[in-house]
Design a protein around this ligand. Structure first.
Ligand SMILES: [Zn+2]
Length: 256
């Protein structure tokens, strides 16, 4: 096996995804080639470093891609590919792996960036989905499927329609009358929506189960002239949205 081929096979080898035949050829090559052994050690170290970056595991597709990029970026492997095996390799042609720490640092930076983006992205997507669903509902003649301000009517309406039980509160006395409820889709999940009114403004409260079960304090986001308030309580995630100003919506959230 030539060094070039060996480098190609290292990534699947480290992922334990190499077929038995290739694996035995590669291990034989590694046993006789110091350069490729050094490369394999560096690659394994890099893999561990990458995996340790951030709290989330790196996506499975990222590591092979990075390894390939690193392998491509390496100085040419020492020695011509068709070297007679008995001839010792000339020491002058042995390349040091000076490039690797720099490339590894760049790769780690790339993964750290990916990690931050992966945290920010679902949140941005959620905001977009909530905003889109709210605007869709506003365009319809009736934003509710069950039109009632009676909590004893609205709460049971959800049973059998969603697999959780949102708490339904009437806030008419506080100036936020309940109009009713509907079902909607956020991402690919079916969610419950409670619809309230404040003067001529509609407030949608999207509710769905929160898998990690942790409570989270309210956060306020203003997007495209709409205010969004999100919080998590008793295993449910809430997103309230309206064109009310942030203070009024925060008051509404506290009452809820
Ligand atoms: Zn080699």
């Amino acid at each position: 096996m030539h060094c070039e081929r060996a480098r190609e096979l290292l990534s699947p080898y480290l992922d334990e995804a190499l077929a038995a035949h290739d694996r035995s050829l590669l291990t034989a090559h590694l046993a006789s080639c110091q350069d490729c052994t050094k490369f394999a050690v560096d690659l394994r170290r890099l893999t561990r470093t990458l995996a340790a970056v951030g709290r989330q595991a790196t996506p499975p597709s990222l590591l092979p891609r990075l390894r390939r990029a690193l392998a491509d970026a390496q100085p040419p492997v020492s020695g011509p590919p068709v070297r007679p095996p008995h001839r010792p390799r000339p020491p002058a042609r042995t390349m040091p792996w000076r490039a690797l720490p720099v490339l590894a640092a760049a790769a780690v930076t790339a993964v750290a960036t990916w990690w931050l983006l992966s945290l920010a992205e679902p949140e941005a997507r959620l905001q977009h989905d909530v905003l889109a669903a709210h605007m869709r509902a506003l365009l319809q003649e009736n934003p509710t499927q069950v039109a009632s301000g009676d909590t004893h009517w609205v709460k049971p309406w959800f049973s059998g329609r969603v697999d959780f039980s949102p708490s339904v509160t009437d806030l008419s006395a506080e100036g936020f009358p309940l109009l009713g409820a509907r079902l909607d889709y956020i991402g690919d999940r079916r969610v419950g929506v409670l619809v309230y009114r404040r003067r001529q403004h509609t407030i949608d409260v999207f509710v769905w189960p929160n898998p990690d079960g942790k409570d989270r304090a309210q956060r306020v986001v203003v997007r495209k002239g709409y205010t969004l308030v999100t919080w998590t309580r008793q295993g449910l995630t809430y997103w309230a949205i309206s064109d009310l100003d942030a203070d009024e919506l925060k008051t509404f959230q506290r009452l809820l």
